[in-house]
Design a protein around this ligand. Sequence first.
Ligand code: PLP
Length: 370
Amino acid sequence: MKKIPLLDLKAQLDTIREDIYAAVHRVLESGHYIIGPEVKAFEEEVAAYIGVKHAIGVANGTDALQLALHAAGIGPGDEVITTPFTFFATAETVSQLGAVPVFVDVDPKTCNIDVDQIRSKINERTKAIIPVHIFGQPANMDEIMAIAKEHGLFVLEDAAQAMGSEFKGVRIGGLGHAATFSFFPTKNLGGYGDGGMVVTNDDELARKIRILRVHGSNPKYYHSMIGYNSRLDELQAAMLRIKLRHLDAWNDARREKAALYDELLKDVPVVTPHHAENRKHIYHLYIIQAEERDELMEHLKQHGIASGVYYPVPLHLQEVYKELGYKEGDLPVAEYLSKRTFALPLYPELPEEDIRFIVQTIRDFYAGKQ
Ligand SMILES: *Cc1c(COP(=O)(O)O)cnc(C)c1O
């Protein structure tokens, strides 16, 4: 039986293998492995790509969030508003700094934070908002920045899933006060290991993050802050530089494949992803909703098709956050989505015939239920 994976990283390597091997060779022979010329060049290339002044490479997307929040002064006693429908790291980093994540329910169509519910959660302890451009679809940044301005809040975009997405024709990453990216292998721009980046137009914030990533030191061995060991290494940067050149074409391929799914799934009883107006969604994941999700996923599995649940438990109901006092029913949209959403295979090299086979398999499932 033919197997269709959720994501095929080897298929992508096949298209760039020679360049990647040459980059690895170049770095190994250079004798420079941590924060050297490749990281510097990659930072400049990402800053130019996003259209911001500063890009700072760090060890992973989680550290990118934590260093940005730390540099912005978030700490004990502070509250940070975010979405419960995201990967755990978004809230985890807030907690790591001793601050409290405050969860606001999401919009049922975009799965992004519901901007109409943010204001009611703001109080004198609120210091920041972290919108997440979930699955590659930008959050409503106009509204979020307007609210932040009214209340003097710091806005950190968690853009781990959205490199190359656009909001009103502008690449996301420069709309908030800072934004973070992850280069985990499965992300749209993924390395061959861990990596992350913070981007910002704020000189002071960038300066602090550069110090924080090297144990709070500047110059070396002179420590002005308690920092981290959180650096992007030369090998990852060199390989990511090659992949960055392909990112737009890969994102376009994702969008074409997503459009084909949309078209083929039109008369099938599943909900296809909503594409909000004035936004370029780059489909980090192609997420559909189905009433009989688990049964449908099992049916796909039996036909060799992988799928995955993003995310099975919204963050306000995670065991570790019991102490925050949320209960089932508090954030009904996120809870509803967590029971219905799942990802179908999608990656730039996914053959069109595979998409047709996947949709036919879904059709067969519903035909069998009648
Ligand atoms: C992947 C991801 C992160 C964490 O990035 P890592 O590089 O794995 O640390 C944070 N937020 C979101 C929304 C993510 O998808």
